[in-house]
Design a protein around this ligand. Sequence first.
Ligand code: NAD
Length: 482
Amino acid sequence: MKMHIDGKQSDASDGATFAVLNSATQEFIDTMPRATERDVQTAITAARAGKRIWAATPVHERARILMACADAVDARREELARSLSTEMGKIIREARSEIRVCAQILRGFAEKAGHHYGQTMTDYQIGAENDIIFTRREPLGVVACISPFNYPVELCTQKFAAALAAGNAVIVKPASDNPLTLMKVIGICLSRGVPGNVLQAVTGSGAVVGGVLANSAGIDAISLTGSTEVGVAIAGHAAKTLKRVFLELGGNDPYIVFDDAELELAIRDAVSGRVQNAGQTCCSPKRFLVHKPVKEAFVKGVIEQIGKLRHGDPLDDTTDFGSLISPRAAEEVQSQVEQTISQGAKLLCGGRLYDKTYYAPTVLDRVRSGMDAAGDLEIFGPVFPIIEFSTEDEAVAIANATRYGLQAGVITRDMGRAMRVASRLECGGVVVNSSGNYRHLDQPFGGYKMTGVGREGVSVTLNEMTQEKSYILKNILRPPRS
Ligand code: NAD
Protein backbone atom coordinates (compact mmCIF):
# COMPACT_ATOMS: atom_id res chain seq x y z
CA MET A 1 0.00 0.00 0.00
CA LYS A 2 1.09 3.62 -0.51
CA MET A 3 0.93 6.84 1.49
CA HIS A 4 -1.52 9.66 0.73
CA ILE A 5 0.55 12.80 0.13
CA ASP A 6 -0.85 15.87 -1.66
CA GLY A 7 -3.53 13.85 -3.41
CA LYS A 8 -1.10 11.25 -4.74
CA GLN A 9 -0.48 7.64 -3.81
CA SER A 10 3.15 7.92 -2.76
CA ASP A 11 6.12 5.71 -1.99
CA ALA A 12 8.89 6.90 0.31
CA SER A 13 11.32 9.20 -1.53
CA ASP A 14 14.11 6.67 -0.92
CA GLY A 15 11.89 3.67 -1.68
CA ALA A 16 12.14 2.22 1.85
CA THR A 17 9.29 0.10 3.15
CA PHE A 18 8.29 -1.94 6.20
CA ALA A 19 6.19 -5.07 6.41
CA VAL A 20 2.75 -5.38 7.97
CA LEU A 21 1.98 -8.84 9.35
CA ASN A 22 -1.13 -10.74 10.36
CA SER A 23 -0.83 -10.48 14.15
CA ALA A 24 -2.40 -13.87 14.89
CA THR A 25 -0.39 -15.90 12.36
CA GLN A 26 2.62 -13.65 11.70
CA GLU A 27 2.04 -14.09 7.95
CA PHE A 28 2.99 -11.25 5.63
CA ILE A 29 0.09 -9.03 4.45
CA ASP A 30 1.56 -5.98 2.72
CA THR A 31 4.29 -3.37 2.84
CA MET A 32 3.97 0.31 3.71
CA PRO A 33 6.37 3.10 2.76
CA ARG A 34 8.79 4.21 5.46
CA ALA A 35 8.58 7.98 5.00
CA THR A 36 11.71 10.12 5.03
CA GLU A 37 11.92 13.56 6.60
CA ARG A 38 11.60 14.97 3.07
CA ASP A 39 8.30 13.13 2.55
CA VAL A 40 6.91 14.58 5.76
CA GLN A 41 8.03 18.07 4.72
CA THR A 42 6.27 17.60 1.37
CA ALA A 43 3.06 16.74 3.22
CA ILE A 44 3.43 19.76 5.51
CA THR A 45 3.92 22.12 2.55
CA ALA A 46 0.83 20.70 0.85
CA ALA A 47 -1.18 20.99 4.06
CA ARG A 48 -0.29 24.69 4.41
CA ALA A 49 -2.06 25.25 1.08
CA GLY A 50 -4.84 22.81 1.96
CA LYS A 51 -5.72 24.57 5.20
CA ARG A 52 -6.66 27.75 3.31
CA ILE A 53 -8.91 25.88 0.87
CA TRP A 54 -10.64 23.96 3.62
CA ALA A 55 -11.08 26.90 6.00
CA ALA A 56 -12.78 28.76 3.15
CA THR A 57 -15.11 25.81 2.45
CA PRO A 58 -18.45 26.47 4.18
CA VAL A 59 -19.23 24.23 7.09
CA HIS A 60 -22.36 22.84 5.40
CA GLU A 61 -20.16 21.61 2.55
CA ARG A 62 -17.53 20.14 4.88
CA ALA A 63 -20.32 18.42 6.81
CA ARG A 64 -21.89 17.07 3.61
CA ILE A 65 -18.57 15.54 2.58
CA LEU A 66 -17.97 14.01 6.03
CA MET A 67 -21.47 12.49 5.97
CA ALA A 68 -20.67 10.95 2.58
CA CYS A 69 -17.43 9.55 4.06
CA ALA A 70 -19.44 8.00 6.91
CA ASP A 71 -21.88 6.35 4.48
CA ALA A 72 -18.99 4.98 2.41
CA VAL A 73 -17.28 3.55 5.51
CA ASP A 74 -20.56 1.92 6.55
CA ALA A 75 -21.01 0.45 3.08
CA ARG A 76 -17.61 -1.26 3.36
CA ARG A 77 -17.92 -2.22 7.04
CA GLU A 78 -17.43 -5.95 6.64
CA GLU A 79 -14.39 -5.62 4.37
CA LEU A 80 -12.79 -3.03 6.66
CA ALA A 81 -13.56 -5.09 9.78
CA ARG A 82 -11.90 -8.17 8.28
CA SER A 83 -8.87 -6.10 7.34
CA LEU A 84 -8.66 -4.71 10.88
CA SER A 85 -9.10 -8.11 12.50
CA THR A 86 -6.40 -9.61 10.28
CA GLU A 87 -3.76 -6.97 10.77
CA MET A 88 -4.13 -6.78 14.57
CA GLY A 89 -5.69 -9.95 15.96
CA LYS A 90 -8.78 -8.09 17.19
CA ILE A 91 -11.76 -10.45 17.20
CA ILE A 92 -14.09 -9.83 14.29
CA ARG A 93 -17.08 -8.78 16.44
CA GLU A 94 -15.00 -6.03 18.03
CA ALA A 95 -13.55 -5.04 14.66
CA ARG A 96 -17.06 -4.59 13.21
CA SER A 97 -18.00 -2.45 16.15
CA GLU A 98 -14.89 -0.28 15.68
CA ILE A 99 -15.73 0.39 12.03
CA ARG A 100 -19.35 1.20 12.92
CA VAL A 101 -18.09 3.64 15.55
CA CYS A 102 -15.76 5.25 12.99
CA ALA A 103 -18.76 6.12 10.80
CA GLN A 104 -20.69 7.40 13.83
CA ILE A 105 -17.81 9.67 14.80
CA LEU A 106 -17.66 11.15 11.30
CA ARG A 107 -21.40 11.84 11.47
CA GLY A 108 -21.21 13.21 14.99
CA PHE A 109 -18.60 15.83 14.16
CA ALA A 110 -20.28 16.70 10.85
CA GLU A 111 -23.52 17.42 12.74
CA LYS A 112 -21.89 19.25 15.62
CA ALA A 113 -19.74 21.49 13.40
CA GLY A 114 -22.84 23.11 11.92
CA HIS A 115 -23.85 24.28 15.39
CA HIS A 116 -20.54 25.23 16.89
CA TYR A 117 -21.31 28.77 17.90
CA GLY A 118 -19.30 31.70 19.13
CA GLN A 119 -20.46 34.09 21.87
CA THR A 120 -21.84 37.60 22.19
CA MET A 121 -20.70 39.84 25.03
CA THR A 122 -23.00 41.98 27.18
CA ASP A 123 -22.68 45.71 27.86
CA TYR A 124 -21.38 45.02 31.36
CA GLN A 125 -18.22 47.10 30.98
CA ILE A 126 -18.51 50.81 31.73
CA GLY A 127 -17.61 52.85 28.66
CA ALA A 128 -18.27 50.02 26.19
CA GLU A 129 -22.07 50.39 26.06
CA ASN A 130 -22.01 51.25 22.37
CA ASP A 131 -19.77 48.38 21.29
CA ILE A 132 -20.89 45.00 20.00
CA ILE A 133 -18.46 42.18 20.59
CA PHE A 134 -18.96 38.69 19.24
CA THR A 135 -16.68 35.74 18.67
CA ARG A 136 -16.30 33.12 15.98
CA ARG A 137 -14.48 29.83 16.19
CA GLU A 138 -11.82 29.56 13.51
CA PRO A 139 -9.64 26.58 12.55
CA LEU A 140 -6.16 26.14 14.02
CA GLY A 141 -4.55 25.44 10.63
CA VAL A 142 -2.72 22.15 10.18
CA VAL A 143 -3.31 19.42 12.75
CA ALA A 144 -1.09 16.34 13.00
CA CYS A 145 -2.94 13.26 14.26
CA ILE A 146 -0.68 10.52 15.64
CA SER A 147 -2.53 7.38 16.61
CA PRO A 148 -1.88 4.11 18.47
CA PHE A 149 -2.27 0.51 17.40
CA ASN A 150 -5.00 -0.64 19.77
CA TYR A 151 -8.09 1.03 18.24
CA PRO A 152 -6.29 2.30 15.15
CA VAL A 153 -9.36 3.37 13.21
CA GLU A 154 -11.64 4.64 15.98
CA LEU A 155 -9.05 6.64 17.89
CA CYS A 156 -7.63 8.30 14.80
CA THR A 157 -11.13 9.15 13.55
CA GLN A 158 -11.79 10.91 16.87
CA LYS A 159 -8.97 13.25 15.85
CA PHE A 160 -9.12 13.69 12.08
CA ALA A 161 -12.94 13.88 11.82
CA ALA A 162 -13.02 16.63 14.45
CA ALA A 163 -10.12 18.49 12.87
CA LEU A 164 -11.67 18.32 9.40
CA ALA A 165 -15.15 19.28 10.58
CA ALA A 166 -13.60 22.33 12.26
CA GLY A 167 -11.90 23.38 8.99
CA ASN A 168 -8.31 22.26 9.54
CA ALA A 169 -5.98 20.42 7.21
CA VAL A 170 -4.81 17.11 8.67
CA ILE A 171 -1.73 14.91 8.46
CA VAL A 172 -2.29 11.45 9.93
CA LYS A 173 0.52 9.26 11.23
CA PRO A 174 -0.85 5.74 11.83
CA ALA A 175 0.74 3.17 14.15
CA SER A 176 3.28 1.06 12.28
CA ASP A 177 2.09 -2.39 13.35
CA ASN A 178 -1.33 -2.04 11.76
CA PRO A 179 -1.75 0.98 9.47
CA LEU A 180 -3.64 -0.74 6.63
CA THR A 181 -7.29 -0.35 7.62
CA LEU A 182 -6.85 3.25 8.70
CA MET A 183 -5.14 3.98 5.37
CA LYS A 184 -8.15 2.44 3.60
CA VAL A 185 -10.53 4.65 5.59
CA ILE A 186 -8.48 7.72 4.65
CA GLY A 187 -8.56 6.59 1.01
CA ILE A 188 -12.36 6.37 1.27
CA CYS A 189 -12.57 9.91 2.67
CA LEU A 190 -10.39 11.23 -0.17
CA SER A 191 -12.58 9.46 -2.72
CA ARG A 192 -15.68 11.12 -1.22
CA GLY A 193 -14.45 14.68 -1.68
CA VAL A 194 -11.95 15.61 1.03
CA PRO A 195 -9.18 17.36 -0.96
CA GLY A 196 -5.82 15.60 -1.22
CA ASN A 197 -3.91 18.40 0.46
CA VAL A 198 -6.48 18.63 3.27
CA LEU A 199 -6.24 15.00 4.42
CA GLN A 200 -2.90 13.22 4.08
CA ALA A 201 -1.36 10.17 5.72
CA VAL A 202 2.35 9.50 6.20
CA THR A 203 3.61 6.15 7.47
CA GLY A 204 6.87 5.06 9.06
CA SER A 205 8.90 5.41 12.19
CA GLY A 206 7.26 7.25 15.06
CA ALA A 207 10.52 8.93 15.95
CA VAL A 208 11.13 10.15 12.36
CA VAL A 209 7.63 11.06 11.15
CA GLY A 210 6.32 12.05 14.58
CA GLY A 211 9.53 13.92 15.32
CA VAL A 212 9.33 16.06 12.16
CA LEU A 213 5.64 16.79 12.77
CA ALA A 214 6.18 17.72 16.41
CA ASN A 215 9.15 19.97 15.65
CA SER A 216 7.79 21.69 12.55
CA ALA A 217 6.64 25.29 12.64
CA GLY A 218 4.29 24.31 9.79
CA ILE A 219 2.14 22.26 12.16
CA ASP A 220 -0.27 24.21 14.36
CA ALA A 221 -1.44 21.44 16.67
CA ILE A 222 -0.55 17.89 17.42
CA SER A 223 -3.00 15.36 18.76
CA LEU A 224 -1.53 12.10 20.01
CA THR A 225 -3.04 9.01 21.51
CA GLY A 226 -0.32 6.70 22.73
CA SER A 227 2.01 6.00 25.61
CA THR A 228 2.93 8.55 28.25
CA GLU A 229 6.63 8.31 27.28
CA VAL A 230 5.88 9.34 23.68
CA GLY A 231 3.45 12.03 24.86
CA VAL A 232 6.10 13.60 27.06
CA ALA A 233 8.61 13.55 24.18
CA ILE A 234 6.14 15.16 21.79
CA ALA A 235 5.17 17.84 24.28
CA GLY A 236 8.87 18.70 24.63
CA HIS A 237 9.36 19.07 20.88
CA ALA A 238 6.10 20.97 20.43
CA ALA A 239 7.00 23.48 23.12
CA LYS A 240 9.65 25.04 20.86
CA THR A 241 7.00 26.33 18.46
CA LEU A 242 4.28 26.62 21.13
CA LYS A 243 1.95 24.47 19.09
CA ARG A 244 -1.11 23.12 20.82
CA VAL A 245 -0.77 19.62 22.13
CA PHE A 246 -3.61 17.23 22.93
CA LEU A 247 -2.53 14.02 24.60
CA GLU A 248 -4.50 10.84 25.39
CA LEU A 249 -1.95 8.65 27.13
CA GLY A 250 -1.43 5.60 29.30
CA GLY A 251 -3.50 4.36 32.21
CA ASN A 252 -3.57 1.89 35.08
CA ASP A 253 -7.26 2.08 35.86
CA PRO A 254 -8.65 0.75 39.14
CA TYR A 255 -11.70 -1.50 39.41
CA ILE A 256 -12.97 -1.29 42.97
CA VAL A 257 -15.25 -4.04 44.25
CA PHE A 258 -16.93 -3.43 47.64
CA ASP A 259 -18.35 -6.14 49.87
CA ASP A 260 -21.95 -5.18 49.04
CA ALA A 261 -21.38 -5.54 45.28
CA GLU A 262 -23.59 -7.67 43.11
CA LEU A 263 -20.83 -10.23 42.78
CA GLU A 264 -22.01 -11.86 39.56
CA LEU A 265 -21.98 -8.45 37.83
CA ALA A 266 -18.61 -7.59 39.38
CA ILE A 267 -17.04 -10.78 38.03
CA ARG A 268 -18.66 -10.61 34.59
CA ASP A 269 -17.71 -6.97 33.95
CA ALA A 270 -14.21 -7.39 35.35
CA VAL A 271 -13.51 -10.12 32.83
CA SER A 272 -15.26 -8.55 29.85
CA GLY A 273 -13.63 -5.19 30.56
CA ARG A 274 -10.16 -6.67 30.91
CA VAL A 275 -10.08 -9.16 28.03
CA GLN A 276 -11.65 -6.89 25.41
CA ASN A 277 -9.11 -6.36 22.62
CA ALA A 278 -6.96 -9.00 24.39
CA GLY A 279 -6.35 -6.54 27.22
CA GLN A 280 -5.00 -3.78 24.97
CA THR A 281 -7.45 -1.01 25.88
CA CYS A 282 -6.38 2.25 27.44
CA CYS A 283 -9.36 2.41 29.83
CA SER A 284 -9.68 -1.27 30.64
CA PRO A 285 -9.48 -2.15 34.33
CA LYS A 286 -5.83 -2.92 35.06
CA ARG A 287 -5.83 -3.11 38.88
CA PHE A 288 -8.54 -5.02 40.74
CA LEU A 289 -9.05 -3.61 44.23
CA VAL A 290 -11.27 -6.05 46.12
CA HIS A 291 -12.82 -5.68 49.60
CA LYS A 292 -11.45 -8.37 51.89
CA PRO A 293 -14.81 -10.15 52.70
CA VAL A 294 -15.53 -10.87 48.99
CA LYS A 295 -12.01 -11.32 47.66
CA GLU A 296 -11.89 -15.13 47.60
CA ALA A 297 -15.30 -15.40 45.91
CA PHE A 298 -14.40 -12.69 43.37
CA VAL A 299 -11.11 -14.32 42.41
CA LYS A 300 -12.72 -17.76 42.11
CA GLY A 301 -15.45 -16.31 39.87
CA VAL A 302 -12.96 -14.48 37.66
CA ILE A 303 -10.92 -17.66 37.14
CA GLU A 304 -14.07 -19.61 36.26
CA GLN A 305 -15.21 -16.92 33.82
CA ILE A 306 -11.78 -16.79 32.16
CA GLY A 307 -11.99 -20.55 31.69
CA LYS A 308 -15.09 -20.13 29.52
CA LEU A 309 -13.42 -17.83 26.97
CA ARG A 310 -12.95 -19.31 23.51
CA HIS A 311 -9.46 -18.47 22.24
CA GLY A 312 -8.60 -18.77 18.58
CA ASP A 313 -8.85 -17.34 15.09
CA PRO A 314 -9.83 -13.66 15.41
CA LEU A 315 -11.81 -13.91 12.17
CA ASP A 316 -14.05 -16.65 13.58
CA ASP A 317 -17.35 -15.22 14.84
CA THR A 318 -17.33 -17.50 17.87
CA THR A 319 -13.89 -16.47 19.14
CA ASP A 320 -13.90 -14.39 22.34
CA PHE A 321 -10.20 -13.82 22.68
CA GLY A 322 -7.66 -12.99 19.97
CA SER A 323 -3.96 -12.27 19.77
CA LEU A 324 -1.86 -9.38 20.96
CA ILE A 325 -0.47 -7.02 18.35
CA SER A 326 3.02 -8.52 18.06
CA PRO A 327 5.48 -11.03 19.54
CA ARG A 328 7.25 -8.05 21.14
CA ALA A 329 4.03 -6.99 22.88
CA ALA A 330 3.42 -10.54 24.16
CA GLU A 331 7.00 -10.76 25.47
CA GLU A 332 6.54 -7.42 27.22
CA VAL A 333 3.43 -8.71 29.02
CA GLN A 334 5.34 -11.88 29.97
CA SER A 335 8.17 -9.85 31.45
CA GLN A 336 5.74 -7.58 33.36
CA VAL A 337 4.01 -10.66 34.84
CA GLU A 338 7.41 -12.09 35.87
CA GLN A 339 8.38 -8.74 37.40
CA THR A 340 5.14 -8.69 39.44
CA ILE A 341 5.67 -12.28 40.63
CA SER A 342 9.26 -11.45 41.59
CA GLN A 343 7.88 -8.62 43.75
CA GLY A 344 5.64 -11.02 45.67
CA ALA A 345 2.50 -11.70 43.61
CA LYS A 346 1.09 -15.22 43.39
CA LEU A 347 0.23 -16.62 39.97
CA LEU A 348 -3.22 -18.26 40.12
CA CYS A 349 -3.80 -18.94 36.42
CA GLY A 350 -2.37 -18.11 32.99
CA GLY A 351 1.11 -16.62 32.95
CA ARG A 352 1.76 -18.19 29.57
CA LEU A 353 2.68 -16.87 26.14
CA TYR A 354 1.71 -19.17 23.26
CA ASP A 355 1.60 -19.16 19.43
CA LYS A 356 3.99 -16.16 19.41
CA THR A 357 1.35 -13.45 19.95
CA TYR A 358 -1.25 -14.94 22.30
CA TYR A 359 -1.10 -14.39 26.04
CA ALA A 360 -3.31 -16.46 28.34
CA PRO A 361 -5.54 -14.44 30.69
CA THR A 362 -3.59 -14.29 33.92
CA VAL A 363 -4.67 -13.75 37.53
CA LEU A 364 -2.04 -12.46 39.96
CA ASP A 365 -3.08 -12.51 43.60
CA ARG A 366 -1.40 -10.77 46.56
CA VAL A 367 -0.46 -7.65 44.68
CA ARG A 368 0.19 -4.92 47.24
CA SER A 369 0.76 -1.17 47.41
CA GLY A 370 4.30 -0.34 46.49
CA MET A 371 4.56 -3.05 43.85
CA ASP A 372 4.92 -1.67 40.31
CA ALA A 373 1.68 -3.24 39.05
CA ALA A 374 -0.20 -1.48 41.86
CA GLY A 375 1.19 1.90 40.78
CA ASP A 376 2.72 3.02 37.50
CA LEU A 377 3.24 -0.25 35.61
CA GLU A 378 0.66 -0.37 32.81
CA ILE A 379 0.24 -3.98 31.69
CA PHE A 380 -1.17 -3.90 28.15
CA GLY A 381 -2.50 -7.44 28.09
CA PRO A 382 -5.10 -9.71 29.75
CA VAL A 383 -3.69 -9.62 33.28
CA PHE A 384 -5.68 -9.27 36.52
CA PRO A 385 -3.53 -7.97 39.43
CA ILE A 386 -5.67 -8.49 42.56
CA ILE A 387 -5.16 -6.03 45.45
CA GLU A 388 -7.05 -6.62 48.71
CA PHE A 389 -8.30 -3.67 50.78
CA SER A 390 -10.12 -3.29 54.10
CA THR A 391 -11.62 0.22 54.14
CA GLU A 392 -13.04 2.77 51.71
CA ASP A 393 -10.21 5.19 52.51
CA GLU A 394 -7.65 2.52 51.78
CA ALA A 395 -9.27 1.71 48.42
CA VAL A 396 -9.22 5.37 47.38
CA ALA A 397 -5.58 5.76 48.48
CA ILE A 398 -4.47 2.71 46.47
CA ALA A 399 -6.51 3.77 43.44
CA ASN A 400 -4.90 7.22 43.44
CA ALA A 401 -1.34 5.99 44.04
CA THR A 402 -0.33 6.14 40.39
CA ARG A 403 0.88 8.77 37.96
CA TYR A 404 -2.08 7.86 35.73
CA GLY A 405 -5.76 8.81 35.91
CA LEU A 406 -7.93 7.77 32.98
CA GLN A 407 -11.12 6.03 34.18
CA ALA A 408 -12.26 3.80 37.03
CA GLY A 409 -15.02 1.35 37.92
CA VAL A 410 -16.76 1.28 41.32
CA ILE A 411 -18.93 -1.72 42.13
CA THR A 412 -21.31 -1.31 45.08
CA ARG A 413 -25.04 -1.29 45.78
CA ASP A 414 -24.61 1.78 47.99
CA MET A 415 -25.03 4.82 45.70
CA GLY A 416 -23.85 7.17 48.42
CA ARG A 417 -20.60 5.27 48.66
CA ALA A 418 -20.30 5.10 44.86
CA MET A 419 -20.60 8.89 44.55
CA ARG A 420 -18.32 9.54 47.52
CA VAL A 421 -15.60 7.34 46.08
CA ALA A 422 -16.09 8.66 42.53
CA SER A 423 -15.64 12.23 43.73
CA ARG A 424 -12.34 11.32 45.43
CA LEU A 425 -10.80 9.42 42.52
CA GLU A 426 -8.18 11.32 40.52
CA CYS A 427 -9.29 10.37 37.03
CA GLY A 428 -11.24 11.62 34.03
CA GLY A 429 -14.26 9.32 34.33
CA VAL A 430 -15.86 6.90 36.79
CA VAL A 431 -18.28 4.16 35.81
CA VAL A 432 -20.61 3.04 38.59
CA ASN A 433 -21.41 -0.65 38.59
CA SER A 434 -19.29 -1.60 35.62
CA SER A 435 -15.68 -1.28 34.60
CA GLY A 436 -14.13 1.95 33.37
CA ASN A 437 -13.81 0.29 29.97
CA TYR A 438 -16.55 2.52 28.63
CA ARG A 439 -16.55 5.33 26.09
CA HIS A 440 -19.57 7.20 24.86
CA LEU A 441 -18.78 9.13 21.69
CA ASP A 442 -20.08 12.39 23.13
CA GLN A 443 -18.42 12.05 26.51
CA PRO A 444 -15.40 14.27 27.25
CA PHE A 445 -12.89 11.42 27.37
CA GLY A 446 -9.41 11.90 28.79
CA GLY A 447 -7.28 11.71 31.85
CA TYR A 448 -5.97 13.42 34.93
CA LYS A 449 -2.27 13.57 35.80
CA MET A 450 0.11 11.92 33.30
CA THR A 451 -2.71 10.33 31.34
CA GLY A 452 -2.89 13.44 29.29
CA VAL A 453 -3.87 16.91 28.31
CA GLY A 454 -7.31 17.79 26.97
CA ARG A 455 -10.51 15.87 26.33
CA GLU A 456 -11.87 14.13 23.24
CA GLY A 457 -15.47 13.52 22.27
CA VAL A 458 -18.13 14.95 20.01
CA SER A 459 -19.19 17.34 22.80
CA VAL A 460 -15.73 18.87 23.21
CA THR A 461 -13.12 18.28 20.49
CA LEU A 462 -14.36 21.03 18.17
CA ASN A 463 -13.41 23.52 20.89
CA GLU A 464 -9.90 22.09 20.96
CA MET A 465 -9.59 22.05 17.16
CA THR A 466 -10.52 25.73 16.83
CA GLN A 467 -9.45 29.07 18.24
CA GLU A 468 -11.80 31.86 19.22
CA LYS A 469 -11.52 35.27 17.57
CA SER A 470 -13.22 38.37 18.98
CA TYR A 471 -14.82 40.78 16.50
CA ILE A 472 -15.33 44.23 18.03
CA LEU A 473 -17.70 46.70 16.42
CA LYS A 474 -16.59 49.74 18.31
CA ASN A 475 -19.19 52.46 18.90
CA ILE A 476 -21.55 50.82 16.43
CA LEU A 477 -24.53 51.67 18.65
CA ARG A 478 -23.55 55.30 19.25
CA PRO A 479 -26.47 57.55 18.32
CA PRO A 480 -25.88 59.73 15.25
CA ARG A 481 -24.68 63.26 16.06
CA SER A 482 -27.44 65.78 15.47
P1 NAD B 1 3.05 4.41 21.33
O1 NAD B 1 3.25 5.59 22.21
O2 NAD B 1 4.12 3.43 21.21
O3 NAD B 1 2.72 4.89 19.83
C1 NAD B 1 1.65 5.81 19.55
C2 NAD B 1 1.97 6.52 18.24
O4 NAD B 1 3.10 7.38 18.44
C3 NAD B 1 2.35 5.59 17.09
O5 NAD B 1 1.81 6.08 15.89
C4 NAD B 1 3.87 5.68 17.08
O6 NAD B 1 4.43 5.39 15.81
C5 NAD B 1 4.07 7.14 17.44
N1 NAD B 1 5.40 7.44 18.00
C6 NAD B 1 6.26 6.59 18.60
N2 NAD B 1 7.37 7.26 18.99
C7 NAD B 1 7.19 8.55 18.65
C8 NAD B 1 7.98 9.73 18.80
N3 NAD B 1 9.17 9.71 19.40
N4 NAD B 1 7.48 10.90 18.33
C9 NAD B 1 6.26 10.94 17.77
N5 NAD B 1 5.47 9.85 17.59
C10 NAD B 1 5.93 8.68 18.03
O7 NAD B 1 1.68 3.72 21.85
P2 NAD B 1 1.00 2.37 21.37
O8 NAD B 1 1.83 1.22 21.84
O9 NAD B 1 0.61 2.43 19.93
O10 NAD B 1 -0.37 2.41 22.21
C11 NAD B 1 -0.49 1.96 23.52
C12 NAD B 1 -0.45 3.09 24.51
O11 NAD B 1 -1.43 4.06 24.17
C13 NAD B 1 -0.83 2.62 25.91
O12 NAD B 1 -0.05 3.29 26.85
C14 NAD B 1 -2.29 3.05 26.04
O13 NAD B 1 -2.74 3.22 27.35
C15 NAD B 1 -2.26 4.33 25.28
N6 NAD B 1 -3.60 4.68 24.83
C16 NAD B 1 -4.24 5.72 25.44
C17 NAD B 1 -5.54 6.04 25.07
C18 NAD B 1 -6.29 7.17 25.73
O14 NAD B 1 -7.32 7.56 25.21
N7 NAD B 1 -5.81 7.72 26.84
C19 NAD B 1 -6.17 5.29 24.08
C20 NAD B 1 -5.47 4.24 23.48
C21 NAD B 1 -4.19 3.95 23.85
